[in-house]
Design a binder for this molecule. Structure first.
Ligand code: GCV
Length: 660
């Protein structure tokens, strides 16, 4: 039986799957062949396209019929997720070995649109470069008094949890799964890595609710994962210890995990934040993080599950006076000595930068430094530090730079992420899914880059535009490129300069506060004084962080003369008069970029205004309104940063502009 396409609740935006995106598939004669549960999903999609746009879909018909499109299971060797696509003699044929592959093949045809049915197409084989393409939701089941329902969520409440339990009506979750499948995502962790008391119970007596969500996501090829507390044996099991080497603890995890698989046979595994920002972990028992991860890996192993163990372990009670402790060093210091000790089904999940999802950071030196460990790279689609989905900040170019970076090991980050690519989701119950309608582009881009980390981000953005705005005239797609393509660099220009990071308001992290974290315990300092600014992380004079990289990066980052401009203040404390490779002094660069950043936002807002006749009014108005806020906030950043550095340095702007 074809699985009906999810019906979106009234007023919810179809994002990159508006019905019109399927126009080219409707009006054709389609054959679907093979049986597997996801084939029914494919059948449902095609049947819906035919219902809207005409055409016919047949199941398991004979070869040789005059079909426009054949979607067939059968070919071996393509893996569960790969597919081939060819057009010969007037028939476009997608073949796959597994149901997921067939579904991805269908969405490939949707992306091709009418081109899929023109002329001849040589056979192409498509396979994801990374087996795991995952979203982590930082969703709380209950509304947390400080963090709200979704920690660092800027898109309304949770898609999964409402009123203290799993949503009764999971049609929206099905629709979410469909959107994710259409960009290649195949795994979702459904709760916050900060596991509070209510959420801890999802593992045991509330696993049924997780199973309901898993049931809604499954038809779109998405496996469900759960964040768990390392202290669960104590908190839930009433054991006196959570020591990973204790036999009773191991038995407890084994039994609980068996019950999880009884409820969710295709369960993906656990995500763990341990010994991090107050979460419990193995350090309390004098054990290593490999001991901790391997405990859960052993419980999951009989069922084919994986533990994603986060490497975000650092001292968040640092004394700001202590110049020897460097938060940036922490992940490498903790985990490199453990390389080779993790079980095969334990994945070390590493944030892409050494600090915390700033607008500019170097690539984490841990990536490429643990060759005997399966590593997943974590990105942040939710824009905690990049405008909180009130600012347009398309992160495709940043992620692409990260994924193409070659650590000393020689392979790119994308190739090194054998354990997968993960993003903290930016989606929620907001009618546009992502708060800012243009932030949908980040979610889509993440999925496509996880499928193919070497894809050109601009090309991916073009796909998103073509799907989201079917039949968009050139003026609309050019306008969307104009406001999105450079938006990350614009954001970088008006916020913290030259890689130094933070300077945000403490707690919620929105808007400027240059010294907001300067005397805090969080290890996020800029050290500005009257002479200069930046953190000396050199080996010769500083914290030694630059030495955590292999060559050539360790040498390049070591000296201000060779360090890339955009990371200069991350690696060095330099005088305001230091001349950058661009030929400007640091202080003049700060002034210029902050004036430019605001002008670029104003220009993007003007471009958007000019698209009013081409964009549906509700969407246009929402973005226009958010541009007003972005412009206000960018001016605030400009004036606070420029005034701060003018007051510290006493150096006037060479161009005589007003600095407050
Ligand atoms: C879920 C940062 C965020 C926290 C988040 C943490 C993490 O510190 O501000 O909200 O916690 O990262 O990644 O675990």
């Amino acid at each position: 039986m074809p699985l009906p396409v999810p019906v979106l609740p009234e007023g919810v935006d179809p994002a990159w799957l508006p019905p019109a995106a399927f126009r080219a598939i409707g009006g054709r004669r389609t054959l679907i062949r093979g049986s597997a549960s996801l084939v029914e999903t494919v059948h449902g999609e095609v049947a819906e396209a035919c219902r809207r746009f005409g055409g016919r879909v047949e199941r398991d018909g004979p070869d040789g019929g005059a079909y426009d499109l054949v979607l067939a299971l059968g070919a071996g060797g393509l893996g569960d997720e790969g597919f081939s696509c060819v057009r010969e003699g007037g028939t476009t044929t997608v073949t796959a070995s597994g149901g997921r592959g067939l579904l991805y093949g269908l969405f490939h045809v949707v992306r091709l649109g009418a081109d899929a049915f023109r002329g001849e197409r040589a056979r192409e084989i498509h396979r994801p470069a990374l087996a795991l393409r995952m979203l982590d939701h930082w969703d709380n089941v209950a509304v947390h008094p400080v963090m709200g329902q979704v920690e660092r969520g800027y898109a309304g409440g949770s898609l999964f949890w409402d009123d203290g339990r799993a949503r009764g009506d999971l049609e929206r979750v099905r629709a979410y799964g469909r959107l994710l499948a259409a960009c290649g995502i195949n795994a979702v962790a459904v709760n916050n890595v900060n596991v509070h008391a209510t959420e801890a119970r999802l593992l045991t007596d509330r696993i049924g609710e997780v199973a309901e969500i898993a049931g809604a996501l499954r038809p779109y090829g998405i496996r469900t994962h759960l964040s768990v507390s390392f202290a669960a044996p104590v908190v839930l099991g009433r054991l006196s210890t959570a020591d990973p080497l204790d036999g009773a603890v191991r038995d407890w995890w084994a039994q609980v995990t068996r019950r999880v698989y009884e409820a969710i046979p295709d369960f993906g595994g656990y995500v763990v934040k341990a010994d991090s920002e107050g979460q419990p972990g193995p350090f309390a028992y004098g054990r290593s993080h490999a001991d901790g991860a391997n405990l859960l890996a052993a419980a999951l192993e009989p069922f084919g599950g994986t533990v994603h163990w986060r490497a975000f372990v650092y001292d968040h009670h640092q004394d700001w006076r202590d110049r020897t402790t460097d938060r940036a060093r922490a992940a490498h210091d903790h985990f490199v000595p453990l390389d080779g000790e993790f079980a095969a089904n334990a994945v070390l999940q590493v944030k892409h930068g050494p600090m915390d999802f700033q607008a500019r950071e170097p690539v984490s030196p841990l990536i490429g430094a643990v060759p005997r460990t399966r590593l997943a790279v974590e990105l942040q689609a939710t824009q905690e530090y990049t405008g909180q989905q009130r600012h347009v900040c398309w992160l495709g170019p940043m992620w692409s730079e990260v994924l193409r970076f070659r650590p000393a090991s020689g392979a790119t980050v994308g190739e090194t992420a054998r354990g997968g690519l993960v993003a903290v989701s930016n989606a929620g119950a907001d009618p546009f899914w992502t708060g800012h309608p243009l932030a949908q582009a980040n979610l889509y881009t993440f999925g496509r880059l996880a499928w193919r980390p070497d894809a050109g981000p601009r090309e991916v953005l073009g796909e998103w535009i073509a799907l989201t705005f079917p039949g968009a005239p050139a003026r609309l797609s050019e306008g969307l490129h104009a406001v999105l393509d450079g938006s990350w660099r614009t954001y970088e220009k008006y916020t913290a300069p030259l890689g130094v990071g933070f300077m945000v308001q403490p707690g919620h992290h929105y808007g400027p506060s240059v010294d907001g974290y300067e005397y805090s315990p969080w290890g996020t300092y800029h050290f500005a004084d009257r002479d200069g600014v930046g953190v000396d992380r050199s080996v010769a004079r500083g914290t030694g962080y630059a030495g955590q990289y292999g060559k050539p990066w360790s040498e390049l980052y070591e000296s201000p003369g060779t360090c890339p401009d955009e990371l200069l203040l991350f690696f060095h404390h330099v005088p305001y008069g230091h001349v950058l490779k661009s030929g400007k002094t640091v202080i003049q660069h700060i002034y210029d970029t902050h004036f430019e950043g605001v002008e670029e936002v104003a220009e993007a807002s003007r471009v958007w205004t000019g698209l009013a006749d081409l964009v549906e009014p509700g969407r246009h108005a929402r973005v226009a309104e958010l541009y007003e806020e972005q412009l206000r906030c960018a001016r605030e950043w400009r004036d606070q940063i420029n005034s701060y550095f003018f007051r510290k340095s006493g150096v006037p702007d060479a161009r005589g502009r007003r600095i407050h």
